[in-house]
Design a protein around this ligand. Structure first.
Ligand SMILES: [Zn+2]
Ligand SMILES: [Zn+2]
Length: 262
């Protein structure tokens, strides 16, 4: 898998976007059209790709059907030939569910396709989906919530060590519903950043968090500040599930990064 080179400052780019191939509401063409109209130079589509390691998860409700992968690639290749020009480039990506148990075979299989980049994300701890539905958290004890978060961060450490991801998605995702004390896990985040720094990895500033119960970007200011201090690349993304969101809050994100970098 080719490691994607991040465009320099000033190049408008959006790399974390979902379509109707997984849980997005807009078609790839609607997304692509909107990206070009918005003046983005590099636009990546990265639908959810999950190969579960156990039964009983809800992955099929929000990830691409395995039999659709070829159609997904062909659709994006066709859109590339229609939309790409000197000012615009469509990139073919996937947001890959990271499971230490099967990541090698998952990556090996994806090598067969002309994919430009992969986002490494963790959404599951065991069969529990961290960010799918707030109702999943109903009735959990504090100890159970702590356990989910601990497991999440341990899994993310392993994802950070995987050199095939262009960047790690929404680093502090368990804070989404504002049900946990996210600051308790900053030491875990530091460990993840240590590993990324050592492996030339990268993270994203994911603006979707501003529109969730947590009402802040992923990851938190303190984690971003630490990443910037370590000179870990931070790419601004919207995690868009609708064509009107492809660069949502990018200006605020850029000024936040400027502020935290000083
Ligand atoms: Zn995600
Ligand atoms: Zn996503």
């Amino acid at each position: 898998m080719m490691k994607f080179n991040f465009p320099g400052p000033g190049i408008s780019c959006s790399l974390h976007n979902h379509t109707t191939f997984s849980d997005g509401a807009s078609t790839p063409e609607e997304m692509c059209h909107a990206a070009k109209a918005a003046g983005l130079k590099i636009f990546g589509i990265s639908d959810h790709w999950c190969v579960p390691v156990c039964d009983g998860t809800d992955w099929a409700e929000w990830c691409m059907k395995h039999e659709d992968l070829e159609k997904y690639i062909n659709t994006l290749l066709a859109l590339k030939s229609k939309y790409d020009d000197d000012d615009f480039c469509l990139k073919i990506g996937l947001e890959v569910e990271f499971y230490p148990e099967n990541i090698d075979s998952v990556l090996e299989n994806l090598k067969k396709y002309p994919i430009d980049y992969l986002i490494g994300s963790v959404h599951f701890t065991g069969t529990f989906s961290v960010d799918h539905d707030i109702a999943d958290w109903d009735g959990l004890t504090q100890a159970e919530m702590d356990d989910i978060c601990e497991k999440y961060w341990c899994q993310l450490e392993k994802a950070a060590a995987c050199r095939d991801f262009s960047f790690i998605g929404h680093l502090d995702l368990p804070k989404k519903y504002n049900l946990i004390d996210n600051s308790k896990y900053f030491s875990h985040a530091e460990k993840v950043l240590d590993i990324l720094q050592k492996n030339s990895g990268a993270i994203e500033l994911n603006t979707a968090g501003w529109f969730k119960n947590c009402a802040e970007q992923y990851p938190a200011d303190a984690i971003l500040k630490s990443a910037l201090k370590r000179q870990i690349p931070v790419v601004i993304n919207a995690d868009a599930h609708h064509h009107s969101h492809i660069n949502r809050n990018f200006k605020q994100a850029a000024s936040l990064l400027d502020k935290l970098n000083n």
